[in-house]
Each structure stands twice: as C-alpha cells, then as structure tokens.
Design a protein around this ligand. Sequence first.
Ligand SMILES: [Zn+2]
Length: 268
Amino acid sequence: MLENGKTVTIDKIEGFSSGAIEFSVESDDPLFAKFKKIKSARLVQFSDQYHKNEYGKYLPMNPVLAKEAITMIINFSYAISHPLYYDTFMNFDRYKKEQAATAGTAINGALNWHGNADDVEGVYDYLTKAQIEQAYNTYIDSRTLNMAMVGGDSAWGGGPLASQWESGYVTGHWKGEMSIWSHEYSHHSGYNHSSNLANSGEGGGQQEMLTDFYKYLISLNDLPFTDPDVLKGYTKTAYLTGTYKKPVFTINPKNTFLLKYKGEGKWN
Ligand SMILES: [Zn+2]
C-alpha cells in the first residue's frame, strides 16, 4: 500500500520460487532509518475486548490516544532495541553499582536481575548470564501486545495486555515518565512483583533503569519521536478526559546514564 492509497502489484518473477524472494521497504528518510533499527518483533495492536468486557476499568482508544500510543510504543521498542540498553541489561550488576554510586549509598536490594521466585531473607533467585540473555530476548520477541487505556484506578499488564492512563499516553511519555509502562510491559513479558524486572522497590529494577535510560535518549534526541508537537495530542481536548499542558522534558543532572555517558552513546 502506498501513501496515496494505491496498492503495489509485483508481476511473477520467472526463475525464483516464491519462498526465495524477500521484499523489504527501503528509504533514506531519517525517521524510517530509525524504524529499521528496531529489533523488537512484537505484534502490537489495540483490542476492544478490555473496555467491552470491563467498561470503566478500561476505556476505548480514540484517534488522538491511539496516535499517542503508537508513537510511544515505537519509541519504547526503539529504546529496548538500543545497543546501550542491551549492554546495560546484560550487565545490570554493573548498573546497580553505578546507580548506588550516583546516589551515594550502598546497593539497594538485589545485586543483579532475579526471577519470579520469592526472595527469602535477602536470598534472590539470580538469573545466570544465559537466563539474562533469555530475558532480554523475551522483551523483544514476537508475542502479541494489546495496548489498552486505563479508566479506573490501576494500570494492568499480563498475558497480551499492557495498559496505562490517558496522562501517560498524552504527556507522560514525552517527558520520559515510562516507569508504569515499563512495569506493565514486564508483567506482559511474564514477570511478577517478586522479580526486579517488575518491582518498583529496591532501586526500582527495570522500572528505574528503563526510565533513566529513556530520559537519556530523549536528551540525546535519539528516539524516533521527541517533539510532542508532531501530534499536539495535549491540545485535542474534545478527545480527552483530563486537561493537559504541553509536556516539557527535563533531565535530572544526576541521571545515571547522563553521568556515565555524558552525551555519548547515540545509536548511529
Ligand atoms: Zn504490577
């Protein structure tokens, strides 16, 4: 399908079996070049089952929120595909030390990634290096993700579902406030509150690391979308329940990634 709505038809090519031919879209557009780097293979979709079955707990997406959700998931998928994120994920023990040094404290809680088994008096079910690699691959594998809108008190994630509030879709992600999204995405990826992949305590695990990383990428302008005015969702009041101002991004000068990489590490 072309931008003008016309479809492209490709005539039979003699001498090849259909399985031997691969088509790919190529463009020198810089935004498209960023899309091509995304390794995450999630099938992302909206599903009306949530607001139809539990109206109020979930609400329908509308065109304004759907555009924000698509923008956010493209950015998030780019972030978790980023070489710097992969390096930090694979060396989370190193990040924990850097995080503690930044805070000027001892390491808070677990020293590295640990799984869903309950902690017993500070004894964690630490993942092996191979299991950490597996956890990373789970984050970017080809499972289906249903994005939903929260209407009630709590955002939820699990199975194919990850959800968040209107404010997260309209303004939060532009400011890098990705903690809740990261938490629900981890539930969707199979992690419980007993794992620091989905636990906001003890230095925040994935939630804090991803959020700090995401903010660092915004500061580098190293995400596909960093300008909220590409959508101006916050001005489309007829589609919104809350009232919003234009989101303004700031980064904490003590951000662990900013202190370590000092403007370096852009994905080029
Ligand atoms: Zn949770």
